[in-house]
Each structure stands twice: as structure tokens, then as C-alpha cells.
Design a protein around this ligand. Structure first.
Ligand code: ZN
Ligand code: ZN
Length: 261
């Protein structure tokens, strides 16, 4: 355990991951004990020949072991982008790892100075997040995944993507397929996945039902606006965002308009 009050007396979580089944064979997975700021969604989408896993959480606990009962065929693992809250367990799905080239270097060599505590954040960054309504005191986790978990040893292993994708590429599951949309702005390699046959959009951090972030060092608000105008043209029925709950077409349009105004 790290010395200091942050991790002292932290309770142990009974279940690290939470899940819910959504329509069209989509399992939403999230980490309820991760701070709200970084509590990201992962999605497992059932296909005939392959299942699709989008994003990989914080890597505090083994996602592969947790998902094992749900997996009965090969998994293609797509990263919506390479921020820390989305890539933690990517190394556990390294045989078929798909992402945009613009952030492949981050996945190969994730930042080594990551900590499970806000104490390492700069005062400016903390203040910015606080102004946006986030609690940035103490630890990034509210519980420990096991009594033996040592937060000081937490790190994100680097891994080599097996396929780099961009606008116009597809991810094929046999009986269903997803189009890759390159939507830079939140980060340079942000992608969304659109299942044209159903209108299902997996939005990563480009679009979710919460405060959209374009002020990170690798953000580009102008590119973000272009991406949002592109998304607005899409026939979308359901959006599964990188954070928070899923939503439908009207909220999708509202969130885009809100960002653009
Ligand atoms: Zn992000
Ligand atoms: Zn995120």
C-alpha cells in the first residue's frame, strides 16, 4: 500500500465491474469504484464469428478474467482512443487490437507517471476539473479490488496494436459490421463505430451524455467541431458513449448542438 491517508482504510469491493445487457446484444461494462471523472464504459458486442470489445477501463483489475464467462469466440478489441481510463486492460486482448494510428504510440508506451490519486495532478488541472464539477480530492478509486491490491504498483502495460484503422475502415463480426469514423477533437486518434444496419453508434469520448472535454493537452476544439458536424449528419438510433448512460437520437442531436453553440 502507498503510505499516506489516501489509500488507508479503503474498503475492498465485492465486485469490481458492473454490467448491464442492452438491446442488440450489447453488454455495457463499467467500474463503479473508479472516480466519476474516469469511470468509463466498455462494451462487448455479440457477433456471429467474433465479438467486439470496445475499450478497456483502468486496468486496476483483470478485465479478461472478468469477461471470461461471457466469451465463447475470438474477440476483436477496438480502442476508441488511448486515454488512461480506456486502455488499462488492452494488453489482455493483444492478439487482435485495433485503434487509430494517431494514438498508437501512447498505447505502445503509456505514460509511466500515472497514479491512482489526484495528488499527482497539477493544481491548474485540478482547478479546471473542479470548475467542471468533478471531485478531485484523494484517490481515483473509492475501493480496492482485493485486499492484496497495491496501488503503488498499478501501471498500464504497453502493447502493440495489430491493426491501425481510420475513416472508412470496417470492423466485421461476421453477421454485423461497424464503420470506423475518425472523429478527432477530444483527442487526435478518437474514433466512433457506427453499425449502419441498426444506427448504433459507439461514441467513445467524442460523444456521451455529460460534459464533453476539449481542453486536454491533446485536444483540438476546432477539429472537435468538424467532427461534431460530421456526426450530426448520421442516421443514429442509439449512442453508447464512453462515459455515463446510453441515449437515443434526440439527445444525440441535442448534445451535438450544445457543443457547437
Ligand atoms: Zn478521453
Ligand atoms: Zn474517458
Amino acid at each position: 500500500m502507498l503510505p499516506g491517508p489516501t489509500f488507508d482504510r479503503m474498503p475492498t469491493a465485492d465486485n469490481w465491474f458492473a454490467v448491464e445487457w442492452l438491446p442488440l446484444g450489447v453488454l455495457r461494462i463499467w467500474e463503479p469504484h473508479v472516480s466519476r471523472l474516469l469511470r468509463a464504459n466498455m462494451f462487448l458486442v455479440r457477433g456471429r464469428d467474433r465479438d467486439l470489445l470496445v475499450d478497456a477501463g483502468m486496468g486496476v483489475c483483470s478485465l479478461r478474467r472478468f469477461l471470461d464467462p461471457y466469451l465463447d469466440k475470438p474477440v476483436v478489441h477496438v480502442l476508441s482512443h488511448a486515454h488512461v481510463d480506456h486502455i488499462g486492460s488492452a494488453h489482455e486482448f493483444a492478439d487482435d487490437l485495433v485503434m487509430h494510428a494517431a494514438e498508437a504510440d501512447v498505447m505502445r508506451d503509456p505514460p509511466a507517471d500515472l497514479e491512482l490519486s489526484f495528488d499527482g495532478y497539477t493544481p491548474e488541472r485540478k482547478e479546471r476539473l473542479r470548475r467542471s464539477g468533478f471531485d478531485v480530492s484523494g484517490a481515483l478509486i473509492a475501493a480496492s479490488p482485493s485486499p492484496s491490491f497495491d496501488p503503488a504498483r498499478w501501471h498500464i502495460p504497453g502493447v502493440e496494436p495489430t491493426r491501425l484503422v481510420g475513416e472508412g475502415d470496417t470492423v466485421d463480426l461476421g453477421d454485423r459490421s461497424f464503420d470506423v469514423l475518425h472523429t478527432p477533437g477530444h483527442s487526435p486518434g478518437s474514433i466512433c463505430l457506427l453499425e449502419a444496419a441498426t444506427g448504433m453508434l459507439i461514441g467513445g469520448d467524442t460523444i456521451y451524455d455529460g460534459l464533453l472535454i476539449d481542453t486536454l493537452p491533446d485536444s483540438d476544439p476546432q477539429a472537435y467541431a468538424v467532427s461534431m458536424r460530421k456526426l450530426k449528419q448520421l442516421k443514429v438510433s442509439t449512442v453508447h458513449g464512453g462515459h455515463r448512460e446510453s441515449f437515443g437520437f434526440e439527445k444525440f442531436q441535442f448534445l451535438i448542438d450544445q457543443y457547437l453553440s
